[in-house]
Structure formats: C-alpha cells, structure tokens
Design a protein around this ligand. Sequence first.
Ligand code: IDC
Length: 457
Amino acid sequence: MKRFLALLATCATILGLTALFSPQAVAAAGCKVDYTVASQWQGGFQAGVKITNLGEPVSAWTLKFTMPDAGQKLVQGWNATWSQSGSTVTTAGLDWNRALATGASADVGFTGSFTGTNPKPTAFTLNGVACTGSVGEEPPPVPSTGTPVEINGQVHVCGVNLCNQYNRPIQLRGMSTHGIQWFSACYNNASMDALAKDWKADLLRVAMYVQESGYETDPAGFTSRVNSIVDMAEARGMYALIDFHTLTPGDPNYNLARAKTFFASVAARNANKKNVIYEIANEPNGVSWSAIKSYAEQVIPVIRAADPDAVVIVGTRGWSSLGVSDGSGESEVVNSPVNAANIMYAFHFYAASHKDNYRAALSRAATQLPMFVTEFGTVSATGGGAMDRASTTAWLDLLDQLKIGYANWTFSDAPESSAALQPGTCAGNDYSSSGVLTESGTLLKSRISTADNFPTH
Ligand code: IDC
C-alpha cells in the first residue's frame, strides 16, 4: 500500500499535478462578482455572474454564494458546474475557464426559480475568500485590434456558443439588409463603410427573399447579388450571413429544390472565405418541426459538400420563435435536433410584440441549443409601430449576457419604423451623420458600436 501511494505521488509529480493540490495555487487574495438579473418572469429568472479575480492567479476556481430566500432555487447553469445545497450555491470553472489570471474574468450564468421575492445573492466567496471587490477595480479591457474577421477567423459552434479560431465563445452583433430585391440601392461602398467603421458592426445579414419578386424570378441574378454583398462585407472584415429568406409560403419544403440549387452555388463560390455563415430558412410558419428538420437534413449536406467548415443556421417553427408563436416551445427541438454538426438554431423576436415568455423560452433554450438571433426588430412584428425601448433593451441585455449573436431588421431606408435609416437616405451618399438615423437606428448603432469582446487566447 505504501509503495502504491509513493508511486501515485511520483506520478502526480511527474504529471505536474502537485500544483493542483497545493493551496497556494488556488488561493485568491480578492475577487469581484457582478451579478445581473438579465431577465425575470413569473416564478423564474436568469442571471449572469461575472467573476473577476483580483488576487494572485488561480489554476482553478470555485465560487460559492447564498440565496437569501428559501424559495430561490438553481435550475440550470452554464459555462461552469453548478449545484445547490440548502441556501448555498456552488459553481466551479470548466477546462477552458478554470484558470484565472490576475484581473481576468469568467462569465457564467444560471436560470433559477423563486416563490417569494428574488433578492440578490450574498456572501460570494472565491476559493473561500470573500469577494468584496467593487465595480471599478476591474482593469479596462484590452481592445483587440483588427476587423472582426481578422480577429476571429473561421467561426465554429462549440457547445451552445459560437466560437472563434481560439475556441473562445464570441457574440457577433450587426444588421440585416431589407429584401435585396427592393433595397439594393442601400448596399454600396459608402453604406458598407459606415456599417463597418461607424457602427463597428461584426456582421451583415443578406436577406434574399425567395418569393415576393425575389430569387425565384431570377436565380442567377440574385445569386450574384448575394455574392457581391458577401464580397463587400469581406472587404471590410465583417461576417456575412446568407439568408434564404423564405416567408410565404411558410413550409420551407416548398422551396427545397431552389434551396439546393442556391446553396450548392453560393457554398462552392464562397467555400474558401472565412466570413460566411448560411441561414437556410428565414421563418418557417404553419409547418411542423419535423418538416423543418427534414428540410434542413436535405439542404445541409448540399452545403457541406461544397463548404465543409461553415456554420449553418436552421430556422425554427412559428416564424423562428422556437415554436412559441405556435403554442409549442424549444423542447421539440431539444428532443429532436437536426442530425448535423456545426449548426445553430434561429430565434427571431420583435420587441414590441414578444416579451417575457419569449425571453424565458430563449433563456431555457440557450442552455441546451446553440442559438443565433438572425433577425429581430425593436418594433412590432409588422415591422412598424412604435419602438419599444424598454423591451429592446431587456432583449439586448439578455443576448449580451448569453453571448448570442444578432442581426437587426433592417439596415435600410424603408418607410417603416424598423428601418435604421431615414427614408431617402439610400438615394444619397451620406450614411454617417446622425441625421440619417431613425429612432431605431440610433438605438442599434449605440449598442452595436460598443467595444467587442473577442478573446484571442
Ligand atoms: C417585412 C418588411 C416589410 C415587407 C414585409 C413582407 O419589413 O417591408 O413588406 O416583410 O415582405 C419578419 C420577416 C420579415 C418582415 C418582418 C417585419 O422575416 O420579412 O419584413 N418580420 O414584418 N418576421 C417577423 C417580422
């Protein structure tokens, strides 16, 4: 037995494991916790916990905190292991976020339930040391230099996130075109410069309608228009999301043959680019999840044959509401996911129409499925009506917290409140002055142009 233990100790030393068992290696001298309730609904909530190590570097961290109200229960967490015992919640880092240098942070989060009130947790400790650091002690983030595509390279799906070339989760924030059959005048060098440089957008979604005078009327012409917008985005280091904008009819299988032809062509042509993501069906509606899944399982292999490493995004039931707008929900996707790797699922919302129950569904889904908000509006689902600032802010805070990418409908001068540009803008050459922005455009530009958090190691 003694010999066995000695052998074990020797092996541990050889493997460098002693550091893991040594208390100095994991003791933190100080820490700060930013706890944010990103969303709260009847009986439930979703919270983000940002842990910043203000002490010596740690090779592994465990955070504990107290839920003050007996009715508060942890439901599910992410980016860490999570458990609850009595009122104490314990969470510990995973392989990729376990080590924290001085000043480094880990972003984790959880959904919870509550019965009474939902007070903020107390008594945060990191490796047993109280987290008394306050806001303001955090060193300012070091900005990464380069365009979004230069920094992140070819993206891929990792767990429930989109990851960059360093295998770190990122959030891409940007705008959607309007239908390119109507608003092609809005996509030119001047507008793309404004989007990349002033808006600092990471992403442009290229909305190619299939019906309504779209692709079906001129497949070759629309394919080449999409490609030229992809090139304009690439030249400015932005990702391009190629959106096969099916809408009416709602069954994507109606356009299956067109989708195969279109994606075979754009995937072959853009296979060597790092900036392309494919969205195969905008908003399935009036159709079951199994029909959408069957469509996806026929279109994805066509893309993979030409462009094997690109991320593909699949629309969901009920206008890409994960089924919520059809009285269903995310469990139909969780229970029967598309049989393909490196894919994400689309979620769309219009802030004035879709509120807490939609936020709750997305929060739940995001713990199990890779989600991307490929389209959303700040207004009602008609694309018009008043902008709902409070709901839009709640949504964008939630997406930021969950690192879910998004594209806003629309970067266009359409005469409707969802458009970011004032009517008539695309007839001129000025896309930069504040006078060209609508109320929605002003809000979106202020959100999108904030510094990105693209980890490079
Ligand atoms: C709307 C446009 C509007 C156009 C209409 C029909 O804003 O100008 O007349 O489509 O093509 C969606 C769709 C998107 C809609 C948008 C607003 O994906 O095509 O655009 N919306 O209604 N889903 C929910 C809302």
